[in-house]
Ligand binder design. Sequence first.
Ligand code: ATP
Length: 271
Amino acid sequence: PSAMREVMVQAPNVGWDDVGGLDEARERLREGVELPLRHPDSFRRLGIRPAKGFLLYGPPGTGKTLLAKAVAREAEANFIATKSSDLLSKWYGESEQQIARLFARARQVAPTVIFIDELDSLVPARGGGLGEPAVTERVVNTILAEMDGLEELQSVVVIGATNRPNLIDPALLRPGRFDELVYVSVPDEAGRRRILGIHTEAMPLAADVDLDALARRTERFTGADLEDLVRRAGLTALRRSLDTGMVEMADFEAGLADSRASVTAEMERDY
Ligand code: ATP
């Protein structure tokens, strides 16, 4: 069976307001992606060549996909999300065709942000990769050739993401490729507070709910962990009473008892 997939173009529905914390990553993407996509002529006038490829790296659940979608939306660009395992096919030549279709579609609907998740799965040889060495090597080469071909266009930007930056094939990191590295960290206390605010926005909170205190008590929680905590608190409130109109601090306490940070201090040190 062929693994060829349709290339889905999305108009992303999240923007900077949906991203909590991550101020530095956001700023880098604003300058590096949003500005050049929105104002290509200004860049052209000054003879500045914008970067073509960004690599977002950091622990899982910290908002890499969210950032890529948000920058696409804010740049008024289309968004195409894919992941390495979608591009790898054991059928000879099919991976290359899939990548060619991906970039062709991106150019067709430009300005476009292409998001490639699991970029570390494209490691040839040495194992760790999903595919056979020969396949991953061809896939890497095809992506690089497509990115090299983006030179004059400047209206297609590629954002890759990985949890394991040390596994990335160095060929992908050379100048003109994924040469802008952006660390997407677990949020600090202020970031956690903002994320809790975002994910409780549509939730009626009782007066005793203290989001500042929750932000203090959720060290190393990622955005995804915090979103999950809010969901658990909501479910606990429902379990208390289907008629309840409010989520209370006790519901968050119960949620907290069932949750913990998915990122350990040790994992964090490794980045
Ligand atoms: P992975 O490495 O596993 O692909 P990721 O870093 O791409 O993870 P996302 O998929 O962007 O993480 O995050 C998962 C969900 O967690 C998001 O859809 C969002 O709801 C929530 N989330 C994560 N980070 C943030 C953040 N900084 N602000 C608000 N919500 C966040």
